[in-house]
Design a protein around this ligand. Structure first.
Ligand code: PMT
Length: 397
């Protein structure tokens, strides 16, 4: 299974900002994901980073001069513009944005943008006052009405030493937005998929919780894979150490009850619910207002059942559950499939090496409602996610 970036022709425009150093990482990540990345640098960008750096990472020539007599392409801006699946400009300066807004074509990047029919994604990076200046805002609005998409800028530390808006968004966010844009007409376009992820935390007192080892990786991989196949995705996430995925809706929750409320709200009008979260089955019956003090005696905490979210979620959407098991994998999974009236269950042997909690890989068996069993080999959680979504797609018809 390959990702949405595999084999895609991307034009990476780089303009003159100190944030150019992040564009090197972006070029590398896109190339590693299988995209063909053609870099076009403005003169300003070449003052920060030599073209050779991009050439070394992308293994392709870098274009800096519209009239380069040694060029391998005859009319580069036209050729690249025509074959591009997407043009991304990161970082984009105020000057560059102004030139595109006014239709200038005085360098290879602006000419490529004028000549392309591919989607264009612009990630601005500049001083906060330059960004907020009405001239820049007007230019951005003008470009948005022409269908050009923007991501960022983010807020935080700026190269000027000030803190505020103007930072280039981080590379994983850029890759997420690029992937979402490339996958927008995928086989799940027009569908809404709700995914839960992470391990819920049930409070004992203000400082202690009952939780489990879920890292959220499986659920986040599902959410990103569904996004990259064109679905609108709502990710209901219990606490994890992961960054929010780009270009999808993230609802943060803590406990099983909070997850229940968020999931029941999100599934209204959805096509599928995929519960990859490790939801606590029990919660303390009473939550202490104050930190419980230790003494020499043992402490007993009474636990009560949490709401069963999959059981409570009723509607015309598909219900896909996971079964995290350490024994009797298939028997226990089939029991959950029937009891929770699921369309599909992902039986997950969490005692296997490289499988289940925390790992980047997973070993699962898919069990359908009429009992059919598909045993998958150990594979990345990204690939597992796509195999589950293949089944979701087939079930949706
Ligand atoms: O997050 P990672 O580190 O990547 O690990 C992935 C994973 C191991 C958490 C994931 O692959 C997995 O198996 N998730 C389900 C864990 C779980 O809670 O399984 P369960 O067998 O206890 O629950 C069965 C199903 O009912 C699950 O879909 C669960 O989300 C759901 N459930 C459980 C309890 C509850 N109160 N409400 C529920 O809806």
């Amino acid at each position: 299974m390959t990702g949405v970036l595999q084999g895609k022709n991307l034009v990476l425009g780089v303009t003159g900002s100190i944030a150019c150093y992040k564009a090197l990482d972006l070029a590398s990540k896109l190339t590693q994901a299988g995209a063909n990345v053609d870099t076009i640098m403005s003169y300003g960008a070449t003052q920060f980073i030599p073209p050779l750096a991009f050439r070394s990472l992308t293994h392709r020539p870098v274009i800096v001069d519209t009239f380069d007599p040694d060029s391998e392409l005859s009319i580069e801006h036209v050729q690249l513009a025509e074959k591009a699946d997407l043009v991304v400009v990161a970082p984009a300066t105020a000057h560059f944005i102004a030139k595109v807004a006014w239709g200038f074509a005085d360098d290879p990047l602006t000419t490529t943008i004028l000549a392309t029919t591919a989607p264009v994604l612009i990630a601005p990076a500049m001083d906060g006052h330059m960004y907020e200046n009405q001239a820049t805002q007007d230019n951005i609005e003008k470009l948005k009405t022409r269908g050009i998409r923007f991501v960022g800028p983010a807020s935080g530390h700026l190269a000027s030493g000030l803190t505020g808006i103007g930072r280039l968004v981080e590379v994983p966010q850029l890759v997420g937005h690029i992937s979402a844009l490339l996958g927008r007409d995928g086989d799940l376009a027009g569908r809404t998929i709700v995914v839960s992820a992470g391990g819920t935390q049930e409070a004992i007192d203000p400082v202690r919780v009952i939780t489990n080892h879920s890292s959220g990786k499986m659920g986040y991989a599902l959410a990103e894979a569904a996004r990259d196949r064109g679905a609108r995705v709502v990710l209901v996430s219990a606490p994890t150490g992961l960054d929010d995925p780009a270009a999808l809706e993230v609802v943060k929750v803590r406990s099983a009850s909070e997850m229940r409320d968020a999931v029941l709200e999100a599934v209204k009008g959805a096509d599928a619910l995929v519960m990859a979260a490790a939801v606590a089955d029990y919660q303390p019956a009473d939550v202490s207002d104050q930190k419980i003090k230790k003494d020499s005696s043992a402490l007993t905490i009474e636990l009560e059942r949490t709401p069963d979210i999959l059981m409570e979620a009723q509607g015309s959407f598909l219900k896909i559950g996971f079964a995290a098991e350490t024994e009797e994998l298939l028997a226990n999974a089939k029991d959950k499939l029937d009891r929770k009236a699921l369309d599909l269950i992902v039986a997950n042997d969490v005692s296997k090496e490289g499988s289940g909690f925390g790992a980047d890989t997973n070993k699962v068996t898919l069990v359908g409602k009429s009992g059919e069993v598909e045993d998958l080999p150990l594979m990345s959680k990204h690939d597992v996610a796509h195999r589950i979504l293949d089944r979701v797609k087939a079930l949706l018809g």
